[in-house]
Design a protein around this ligand. Sequence first.
Ligand code: NDP
Ligand code: GDP
Length: 324
Amino acid sequence: MKALITGITGQDGAYLASHLLNLGYGVYGLMPRRSTPTTWRLEYLGILDRVKLIEGDLADPTACVGAVMESMPDEIYNLGAQSFVATSWKQPLLTAQATGLGAMNMLEAIRRIKPDTKFYQASTSEMFGGMKERPLQDEETPFHPRSPYGVAKLFAHWATINYRESFNIFGCCGILFNHESPLRGIEFVTRKVSDAVARIKLGKQKDLHLGNIDAKRDWGFAGDYVKAMHLMLQQEKPDCYVVATGVTTTVRDMCRIAFGHVGLNYEDYVVIDPEFYRPAEVEVLLGNPAKARRVLGWKAETSLEDLMSMMVDADLRRVSEGRL
Ligand code: NDP
Ligand code: GDP
C-alpha cells in the first residue's frame, strides 16, 4: 500500500507517517518549500530517511497533480493547512487558499488521475465554533465557524462530501478535536504552556503571558488520533467521524496540571495579556466520540494529565540540552 500525506512535516503528518510505516506502507509526503529546514519532526521520530518527500504547495494545483502522478497512492491524507486559528485573522486569504482550496486541488487531482484513491480530510472541531447551546458535539451538530480558519475548513469539509456524492470518490472527514504532543507547534496553548513550565523550572523564563484561560478544550494525544485517520479509510463506506476524548478542561486547569507536574503553582506565573485574546472566541469544545468507538473501534488512550506530563518532560529535556 502507498500513502501520500500532505502536511507530512507537521505534528500529525509525522505521527501518521510513523504509524503507516509500521503498518508496512510506502509513505510519500507533499512538502512546501521553506527557506529553513522543516523536517525536524520526522527526524525526531527517526523516519526522515524512510519517507519520500515531494516538493509542492497545496495552493498550487499543478503541484497537487504532480504529487499524485509521482506517488500514484492508494490513500491520500490531506493534513496540510495553515492550521493556527489566531494567524487566520492576520492571513485570511492565505488560510483560505491552503486550508480551503488546497483540499479541492487535491480532490481534483484524484478525480482526474486516480479516482480510486481513498481520501482523508483533516476536518476540525473549530467548524462547530459558537454552538454553546449544544455542549456535546457530534456528527449531527450544526456548524458555526468562528474564524477564517474554521470557515476554510468548512469549505474543505463540504468539498470532500460533495466529491463523494458527485464523483463517488472515497472521501472521509475526521472531525478531530484538539490533539497535542511534544511535536505540537509552539504557538498552540498546550505547547506554549509546557515550554514555559520547562523554562521557568530551569530558571530561563519568569512568567507566562496567556489570553482567555476560561476557554475549554477537549484535548487528546496526537499519537492516538492518527490511528483513527487510518481506520476511517479501511471501512467499507466513506463517512465522517468525530474524534475526541469526551472530556473538556479549561486552559486554566490545563495550566494547573502542567505547572503542578514540576511542583509549581500556575497562579504565581501566569499573566493575563490582552494580546492573546481573539476577535471571536470558541468558548467550549467537547466532542462525543461514540460513533468512532462503535464503528472504528477507536478510543482515546491518553489522559490530559499523562499528555501534559509527557509534553513538560520532553520540553525539560529539550531546554536543558539547549535544543531549539
Ligand atoms: P501543523 O500546523 O503541525 O501541520 C500543518 C502542515 O501543513 C505542516 O507540515 C505545514 O508545513 C503544512 N502546510 C502549510 N501550508 C501548506 C501549503 N500551502 N501546502 C502544503 N503544505 C502546507 O498541523 P497539525 O499536524 O496539528 O494538524 C494536521 C491537520 O489537522 C491540519 O490540517 C489541521 O488544521 C488539522 N487539525 C488539527 C487539529 C489539532 O488539534 N492538531 C485539530 C483538528 C484539525 P510548514 O510547517 O512548512 O508550514
Ligand atoms: P485552537 O483551539 O485550535 O485555537 O487551539 P489553541 O491551542 O491555539 O487555543 C486553545 C484555546 O486557548 C483558545 O480558546 C485560545 O483562545 C486559548 N488561549 C488562551 N491563551 C492563549 C495563548 O496564549 N495562545 C494560544 N494559542 N491560545 C490561547
